[in-house]
Ligand binder design. Structure first.
Ligand SMILES: Nc1ncnc2c1ncn2[C@@H]1O[C@H](COP(=O)(O)OP(=O)(O)O)[C@@H](O)[C@H]1O
Ligand SMILES: [Mg+2]
Length: 313
């Protein structure tokens, strides 16, 4: 068993003249939740369909738990659970019957089938809905049933295409909690969204694409570090003459820009911690009355904004 659950290598998929996926490579570690982020129409679903062996790439390959989706699609399929962006419950089937139908389709038999149905129902919080018609569920419960179905064959990697789309805030939060629990049990998740903020708290890492091309990928902490090394932001609040403070900081080494925001100054700073400490000492020495001086954390939104400006390798 390796630490990599998914490796995507140089994936290309065109539709006529549109290169929907254009040489995309990334890896997802075992037990990790990776956010697959990009605006609508940028190639997320196309990539996921290739991973799920529902479509063939023009070039490149992807390996699910070491199995090529091109060379060993059956093996890859056994290890992947794909949740498409549309959920279609079946008329006249209860929640349990719906799960039973797919469990049979996946070739699960006898006690194993019952045990799997019970496990996924309980994990997804569907127990009290067991006898409800599958078509009569709320959007949030419908998504849980969809996820339960995707988990029936106990895949190591779940590929979820915009699962939070159309959910109300409460259902979104509950769905996020479910993902965190999944990762805690050792499962890996690739989850797409065109809404950035949705994934920033849940994910270990991200894959950001734009017009089919990879913009940035990796652990969020690594990317944040990279951005930080390029330029850190320091927020400063000074009592008194803010114009003087602005002039002081603008003249300091390593300060690339001073941006006044909400009564504070945001310094775009290219030095390290040592230089930041020295600058604080100088500011106080120069008589500035500083009440706040904090390095601001880089959030996912900012990483995306910078990445798409091509300032990140
Ligand atoms: N079956 C198809 N035939 C033609 N064009 C397609 C097909 N599927 C996707 N595309 C095009 O490929 C691009 C990427 O689509 P998609 O992967 O669905 O993006 P996303 O999931 O990021 O919104 C879009 O320009 C879309 O119109
Ligand atoms: Mg899509």
């Amino acid at each position: 068993m390796t630490d990599t659950i998914l490796e995507v290598r140089g994936l290309v998929r065109s539709f006529g003249k549109v290169r929907a996926v254009d040489d995309v490579s990334f890896t997802v570690g075992r037990g990790q939740i990776f956010g697959f982020i990009g605006p609508n129409g940028e190639g997320k679903t196309t990539t996921m369909r290739v991973l799920a062996t529902l479509d063939l790439p023009d070039a490149g390959d992807a390996f699910v738990d070491g199995h090529s989706v091109l060379v060993e699609p059956r093996r890859a399929r056994e290890r992947i659970g794909f949740m498409p962006d549309k959920f279609e419950p079946y008329q006249n089937l209860s929640v349990t019957q719906y799960l039973d139908f797919f469990a049979r389709a996946y070739g699960l038999r006898g006690r194993t089938r019952l045990a799997r149905i019970r496990a996924v129902s309980s994990f997804c919080g569907l127990d009290e809905f067991a006898d409800r018609p599958s078509t009569g569920l709320s959007k949030g419960m419908g998504q849980r049933l969809h996820l339960a179905k995707t988990m029936l064959h106990d895949p190591a990697l779940l590929v979820l295409d915009e699962p939070a789309n159309g959910l109300d805030p409460r259902a979104r939060i509950e769905f996020r909690a479910l993902l965190a629990e999944l990762a805690a049990t050792g499962k890996s998740v690739l989850i797409s969204s065109h809404i950035l903020a949705e994934l920033s708290e849940t994910c270990h890492g991200v894959v950001v694409i734009e017009r089919g091309r990879l913009v940035v990928t990796g652990a969020i902490s690594d990317i944040a570090k990279q951005v930080k090394e390029q330029d850190e932001r320091i927020l400063v609040r000074v009592l008194g003459d803010s114009a003087a403070a602005e002039r002081f900081f603008a003249a300091q080494p390593f300060v690339r820009e001073v941006i006044p925001v909400d009564g504070r100054l945001e310094l775009v700073f290219q030095g390290g911690d040592d230089q930041a400490a020295d600058m604080l000492a100088r500011a106080i020495g120069a008589g500035l009355r500083i009440v706040e001086y904090v390095a601001r954390d880089v959030d996912l939104e900012e990483i995306f904004m910078r990445a798409t400006q091509g300032r990140l390798q």
